[in-house]
Structures are given as structure tokens and as C-alpha cells.
Design a protein around this ligand. Sequence first.
Ligand code: ATP
Length: 218
Amino acid sequence: MKNVLIIGLGRFGCFTAQKFNELGMQVIGIDADETKAGAAIPYATKILIGDCTNMDFMKTLGVNNFDLCVVAIGDNFLASLEVTSLLKDLHASYVVSRASGEKEEKFLLRNGADYVVFPEREMASWTALRFSSEQIKNYIDVTEGYAIFEVTIPKDWHGKTIGEINIRSKFGINVLGIRDAQFPMDVTMDISPSSLLPVDGSILVLGPTSRIRKVFHL
Ligand code: ATP
């Protein structure tokens, strides 16, 4: 089981704690504000109250024993930068810091962050893409220029098999799953040329973003 230290238990830190907890990880949460810290109690093994810009307090945490440290301070950039840098000085093995602007992202990476998350930008980009077309049901960026989309099955594909349409050779995209609208909670992942595309449903496809947009007229 991995153990994670989350510094800053505002909404972002608290949701992160909840998700890590659901994933079976051991969560220790810290906040300078007792009221904020309270919200994370159900998701953490231990909650500590303290100012993480204070080196003496940080030294007591044994940050090098955590598999992952998340700096979830959003508004106070100076505090976020100081905490990130202190974590690295104390030999934290992997530090993920939260940025709210591109300049901040750069500074954090130069001062000890191994990875920077930019929730507002990531969520904004997802929201714009997800709702840019009624055909898009879900979307995940895989790497630059490649994505997984869940899209409504085009009308002229209804009732045909993957092999009949010859999706991979003809369009250069891979079908990863099929969701029949009659059973919306299930996604068939066992895809073969004989997999049938339902009249009402969606498919998960992986490929170059530009190609997927073209094929499905997104
Ligand atoms: P969110 O956007 O996640 O809701 P927020 O807007 O409530 O957060 P932020 O300023 O982004 O507040 O800070 C996130 C949390 O980090 C807050 O609960 C704050 O008390 C805590 N925090 C800020 N500075 C420190 C610090 N030096 N040490 C410990 N906790 C801190």
C-alpha cells in the first residue's frame, strides 16, 4: 500500500484525500487551519495541524517516508513554493504540486516539484472538449495529439460489426469498448471483429485526436 502526505486540505486537497483513500492508499493530511482539516477526517489515517512553511514542523513529519507528497495549497503561491522546496530539501521522494497559473508551474518545477497539476486548466480543457459536441460522452488526453474519446455510434454503423466497418484499417483508430445504451453501466471491453455495434450506444476509441474528430464529425 502506498502512503501519501497531503498538505493543504481545502476542496482540492480534500477531494484528493478522498480519492486516494478509495484507491486503498494510506493518507496523512495536514492543514494550518483546524476547521479546513476537519473535512478530511473521514479519508485520512491521521490529520495534523501545522504550518508547513515552518522547517522545524516539517522536520517532525519524516517526509522521506512517504511514497508521495502532494502540495495542495492553491491561493497562496509563496506558501506553496516554500513547502514544495522544503519537501525536496527534506528528501521527499516524489512531490506533486498544485499550480493555478503557467508561471507558477515553471517555478514549482524549478524548485522541487516532480510534477505539477493545474486543476483549473485541466478541468477547463476537459469541459470545453467534452461539451464541444453532443456526440462526445467522455474524453481523456493520452499524450500530445492522442486521446480516448467516448462517442455516440454513427448512424451508418448501427447494427454492423467492427469487422464489417473495418474501423482500424479504414480509419486508423482503435475501438476499446462498446456501451449499449440499454445497459449503460456496462462497457464491453472484449472487442473482436465480430463485436456488434448497437443501434443506441457509444464506443470508446483511441487514436490521433484530429483523426477521431474527422471520423466522427466532432
Ligand atoms: P481549495 O481551492 O482547494 O478549496 P482554498 O481556496 O480553500 O483551497 P487555498 O489557499 O488554496 O485554500 O489553500 C488550501 C488549503 O491549504 C487551505 O485549507 C489552507 O488552510 C491550507 N494551507 C495554506 N497554507 C498552508 C501552510 N503553510 N501550511 C499548511 N496548510 C496550508
